[in-house]
Design a protein around this ligand. Structure first.
Ligand code: ADP
Ligand code: MG
Length: 229
């Protein structure tokens, strides 16, 4: 029953989000407008930094729209039995490049025995990238982002850990709320999207975090049921 109530609440949240998104998109637009107005009167070096801000804000508006759409569609996705390790290997260059720019390390630890699970690879990539990016954003340089897989009895598990700031108790409960963010340029949609992706994959997502030490997101995907008599 609690699951049902949670689900209803989230559905009505998606409705509220339609209102919030208008607000969220107006922020970057206001910033862009302001800076473009100022451009004329500024020196070339100032113009340079204004261009950067304008581009960043455009990107931000774009990610809000993209994340929001993926979240609101809540569509039925096509899944096929896939290898989580392979997906992580495919994403590694992308994640590594990002970490490298931040002076961070990526530690990939794959359990070679993981069973195939039904996945929509586009969504799963988005899940891994969102969790990885959050991990990196929570760390300074020299931080370590660890991606691990485990083949459990009934589930295949993905763990994304960072050695970052950690998350205080009172924020833990709000992490998956749409638009909850503690970042100046965050959308607050990353984890809401992760949750909806995990649910569409018959999975569960858990968080373990210690302030000052780091955070681990644990995603468990049920193995397709063997019919028991
Ligand atoms: P955004 O990244 O745009 O802020 P998310 O939904 O991805 O939105 O994350 C929501 C919030 O959860 C973040 O602003 C941050 O406060 C917190 N958070 C998520 N992942 C981590 C992490 N690995 N370490 C610390 N805080 C995190
Ligand atoms: Mg995020």
């Amino acid at each position: 029953l609690k699951d049902e109530v949670d689900r209803m609440e989230r559905l009505s949240l998606v409705g509220q989000m339609a209102a919030s998104i208008t607000h969220e998109i107006r922020n970057p637009m206001a910033v862009i407008r302001g800076f473009i107005q100022l451009l004329n009167e500024r020196s070339p070096s100032e113009q340079q930094s204004y261009f950067r801000i304008v581009l960043d804000e455009l990107d931000r508006a774009n990610s809000i729209i993209n994340d929001f759409l993926s979240l609101a569609q809540n569509r039925i996705v096509e899944k096929e039995p896939s290898d989580l390790n392979r997906l992580l290997n495919d994403l590694l260059p992308l994640i590594w490049a990002d970490a490298n720019m931040r002076g961070q390390i990526v530690d990939l630890r794959l359990d070679e025995s993981v069973d195939l699970i039904p996945m929509n690879s586009k969504e799963m990539k988005q899940l891994v990238l969102n969790l990885s990016r959050n991990g990196m954003e929570a760390m300074k340089d020299k931080g370590v982002l660890r991606l691990e897989t485990f083949n459990l009895q009934d589930a295949v598990q993905l763990r994304v850990s960072d050695t970052g700031t950690g998350i205080p108790q009172e924020k833990l409960e709000r992490l998956f709320e749409p638009f909850f963010t503690t970042k100046t340029n965050g959308t607050g949609l990353g984890l809401a999207l992760c949750l909806s992706i995990v649910e569409r994959h018959n999975g569960k997502i858990q968080v373990e975090s210690t302030v000052g030490k780091g955070t681990t997101f644990i995603v468990s995907f049920d193995k397709p049921g063997l019919t028991t008599v």
